[in-house]
Design a protein around this ligand. Structure first.
Ligand code: ANZ
Ligand code: ZN
Length: 829
């Protein structure tokens, strides 16, 4: 043939992406009729926190691939709801404002507007009519309402609690503003200061939060992290007497009551209320110095296993209730005041920390538990921390540890000196922030009535716009400087009152946002119960693992509480959860200081949103993340351009009849097509995007080869079928390109996302013939295509009869023939 190859127009991605985004907008392609859930599927990504960086590659990595999954579910026939919004309150905006003299609201509004543009460029199926912005009064009104509901139920309360305090800036610092114990701004050492603060009683839900894990399909490691964070610990409280103070006693919390007879001293937390009273005169100076020093260490430092343990004796003795023995009382900062009872009985023979402490301060080590197997020796120069058998323990000798713990506790309980108890590591959720950019806590203080909740009808308590953040009174919440905000009548008695000036932690805003998307247009309710019950729980939630013990725990707590209050009909917010990995560059985390940040806008401009998205999905496993490479993205670009050229060149095939392949030669190609359909279906459904894409690469090459050598007489419509299927497989991965190709294939006026997902034909996956490798002494000599159903004996004789093998054997008799069905025949001579 001498025909000149046809000129294929360039794929004009900017025009194509713009065209389809406009078309989707016009046709309302991504609007969800929430009143008709049908086969609903609520697919949610963690909404974004506007920062100076705007939409960075980490956001893209969360959103692009998740949208691919959402589009896939839609093509599979689900009514997918995929909303998007902004977690817009928070510290970064406020800090930026203080630094640059801008208003946090202006800064935030600018950022969210810009980010919305970037998000729209992804070409995701977001229903923008349902957008949420937590910093707007129509949203935070309902955050305040939820606070009131929890307050009514006794789940919000106020108490004195320490905050981070920078003495030189004279201000309260958020944990994020403390770096290695120093103020992030001025570098001075951060101390603690007590303030009256609001808490949510998440500890009431500790057991429910643990039990609920059985009902959700979450990554095992995330469940483990939550379980450890909640830290349920069963043990005993044992009461020790104090020598010379018949009216006083000290309760310790222990998980090892079986070791009670091995206690050789006792330790109080430096902050324990009895320290001052019990310290001997001669010890006052040392003890006071130690207490002062321990204030500077954070709880994390204090409980670190690596840190050297220190302590001082206070010059008083405790009395062991089991045997009346007197042991010295120490204080040490590894004992945490807020865990258990803030007091510990030290058993150096069976606890590592106590053992190290005993060595350091030459204290007595007394063994009272021996290994269960008498042949096992005690460890040398270390504590024996396993369960074992009690000895040197009076009447309890010979009891196994587990039973011993119970018996010791019951025996002492009879004398009122012990009880069984459960402790949790989980603390109540401190939600007050001495900050401006957050939802005001809806409380008014009145000299007569106390802390009075603002009535629902007076919500929202609006955050005043007029404020000079650089001129607020040091050491106070910024809102305290706005008189028009502070002064408010008491809702109960109408006398002059003062508003609460603290705002809520931004994690309160995000603990319920998924309940509102279905009702974001409603001004009369936080959420419409019918719609929320119909759509929740979220079927698939996707976001970073760093939220495991904050947002993901808070959202579960708030959902459970609202359920118990009777406001919703379900207890768990997120049925399935997936954590995307991180993207690195040159093997290290992207950061501004390293100068290795990939700006998504640059790449979207250069390659288009489809290439950028698909590359992100191809660079590694979605859960593991990947390392950015400029060549890698060019490879995806080539794939998409090849696909475009193939589909353009064959667009006429669309008009031919579609049907079964006519010739046997097409069997193999048909196998590959259906194998790809099956693989892409399975992999997309399990977030294994990279392997699905790899399979599509192979199918593209197969189809290109076929088209090059195509014989019109045998095709019988196969190509038309294959190309339609291929475009549908690619659609969730490159939505704009797929729409364009779908149109090119003659489906004008119809969206590929309404075309359904291709089903694989199991019959096409049965191969009639298999290509066998034939070896002599393990060396590949030839190949032969043989019937798939052939028996080993038949395969053997076919191999031996092969002309090339006959030639090579030259009459030699094989010693044996090994047949691996489906793969090879090896002739051993
Ligand atoms: C005596 C003992 C003997 C202990 C022994 C252990 C082994 P979990 O499992 O984390 O709950 N402890 C109790 N309160 C503490 C506090 N406020 N600060 C630091 N440590 C504290 O750990 C419970 C164990 O941690 C308790 O059991 C106590 O040490 C210590 F062979 O009591 B044990
Ligand atoms: Zn009052």
């Amino acid at each position: 043939m001498t025909e000149k190859p046809e000129q294929i127009p360039r794929y004009d991605f900017p025009a194509v992406e713009k065209k389809w985004q406009a078309r989707w907008e016009e046709t309302g392609a991504h609007l969800t009729d929430v009143a008709r859930p049908g086969r609903k599927y609520y697919c949610l990504v963690m909404f974004s926190y506007p920062s100076g960086d705007r939409l960075h590659v980490g956001h893209w990595y969360n959103y692009g691939p998740t949208d691919t999954f959402a589009r896939f579910m839609r093509m599979r026939g689900f009514n997918v709801f995929e909303p998007q919004g902004f977690d817009a309150f928070g510290l970064p905006a406020e800090n930026f404002a203080i630094k640059h003299g801008k208003h946090p609201k202006d800064f935030t509004d600018q950022n969210t507007a810009y980010m919305e543009k970037q998000l729209r460029a992804i070409g995701a199926m977001y229903d923008w009519t349902r957008k949420i912005d937590t910093s707007k009064p129509d949203y935070y009104k309902w955050t305040q309402w939820i606070f009131l509901k929890l307050h009514e139920k006794g789940l919000a309360y106020r108490k004195n609690a320490p905050v981070n305090w920078c003495p030189s800036c004279a201000t309260v610092l958020a944990n994020e503003q403390v770096e290695d114990g120093a103020c992030e701004r001025c570098g001075s050492e951060v101390t603690k200061r007590d303030l009256e603060q609001w808490f949510f009683k998440i500890t009431d839900y500790a057991d429910r939060l643990l039990e609920g894990h059985a009902k959700i399909e979450w990554p095992e490691k995330t469940i483990t992290m939550q379980r450890e964070w909640i830290g349920r610990s069963e043990g005993s409280e044992i009461e020790f007497g104090v020598e010379g103070h018949p009216d006083k006693s000290i309760r310790v919390f222990t998980t090892r009551a079986d070791t009670l007879f091995g206690c050789t001293w006792m330790v109080l937390a430096p902050e324990h209320p009895l320290v001052t009273e019990l310290t001997a005169k001669s010890r006052i100076a040392d003890v006071a110095a130690y207490v002062e020093k321990s204030k500077k260490a954070s709880e994390i430092e204090r409980t670190s296993l690596e840190r050297e343990k220190t302590g001082v004796p206070i010059g008083a003795m405790a009395v062991n209730p089991a045997n009346g023995e007197k042991v010295p009382i120490w204080i040490a900062d590894y004992v945490i005041a807020t865990y258990g009872t803030g007091a510990v009985m030290a058993v150096p023979a069976h606890d590592e920390r106590d053992y190290a402490f005993a060595k350091k301060y030459s204290l007595e080590v007394r063994r009272v538990i021996r290994p269960a197997d008498p042949k096992t020796p005690y460890p040398e120069d270390a504590a024996f921390t396993d369960d074992g058998v009690m000895h040197a323990s009076g009447a309890f000798d010979g009891l196994a540890s587990a039973e011993g713990r119970k018996k010791v506790t019951t025996a002492l309980a009879a004398k009122n000196a012990a009880r069984s108890t459960v402790n949790y590591r989980l603390r109540d959720w401190l939600l007050s922030r001495q900050r401006y950019w957050g939802a005001p806590i809806p409380i008014v203080y009145c000299d007569t009535c106390g802390a009075v909740p603002v009535p629902e009808k007076d919500l929202p308590v609006e955050l005043p716009y007029e404020i000079d953040l650089r001129n607020v009174e040091k050491g106070k919440s910024p809102l305290a400087s706005v008189a028009s905000f502070v002064n408010a009548p008491c809702p109960r008695c109408r006398k002059a009152g003062r508003r609460e000036v603290d705002t809520m932690d931004t994690f309160v805003d995000s603990a319920w946002y998924f309940l509102r998307y279905m009702s974001s247009d409603r001004t009369d309710v936080a959420f419409d119960r019918k719609a929320t019950d119909a759509w929740c729980p979220v079927d698939q939630y996707v976001g970073g693992v760093d939220h495991a013990c904050k947002h993901l725990l808070y959202a579960r707590f708030v959902t459970m509480a609202l359920h118990d209050i009777g406001l919703i009909g379900f207890e768990e917010p997120f049925k399935r959860l997936f954590h995307q990995g991180n993207i690195t560059k040159g093997g290290s985390k992207m950061s501004k200081s390293r100068g290795n940040v990939v700006n998504p806008d640059t790449f979207v401009e250069k390659y288009g949103a489809d290439v950028f998205r698909m590359y992100l999905m191809y660079m590694g496993t979605y859960a593991g993340g990947g390392d950015w490479s400029d060549e890698g993205i060019a490879g995806i670009e080539r794939f998409q351009l090849r696909l475009w050229r193939l589909l353009y060149a064959t667009r006429e095939s669309a008009r031919k009849s579609r049907g079964q392949p006519g010739g046997a030669e097409l069997k193999e190609l048909r196998f590959r097509l259906h194998h790809t359909i099956r693989k892409v279906t399975e992999d997309t459904g399990t977030f294994s995007f990279n392997t699905a894409i790899a399979r599509m690469f192979e199918l593209l090459s197969d189809l290109e080869d076929y088209v090059r050598a195509k014989d019109e007489n045998v095709d019988g419509g196969f190509l038309a079928e294959a190309l339609d299927d291929f475009v549908r497989l690619v659609a969730p991965y490159a939505p704009h390109l797929a729409e364009e190709l779908w149109e090119l294939r003659g489906h004008e006026g119809k969206s590929v996302f309404d075309a359904g997902w291709p089903e694989f034909d199991p019959k096409a996956l049965v191969r009639d013939e298999i290509e066998y490798v034939i070896q002599i002494n393990g060396k590949v000599r030839t190949k032969e295509t043989l019937p798939a159903g052939a028996a080993p004996k038949e395969l053997e004789s076919a191999a031996l009869a092969h002309p090339r093998i006959v030639e090579l054997l030259a009459g030699q008799k094989p010693r044996k023939v090994i047949v691996v069905p489906g793969r090879l025949v090896n002739i051993v001579v």
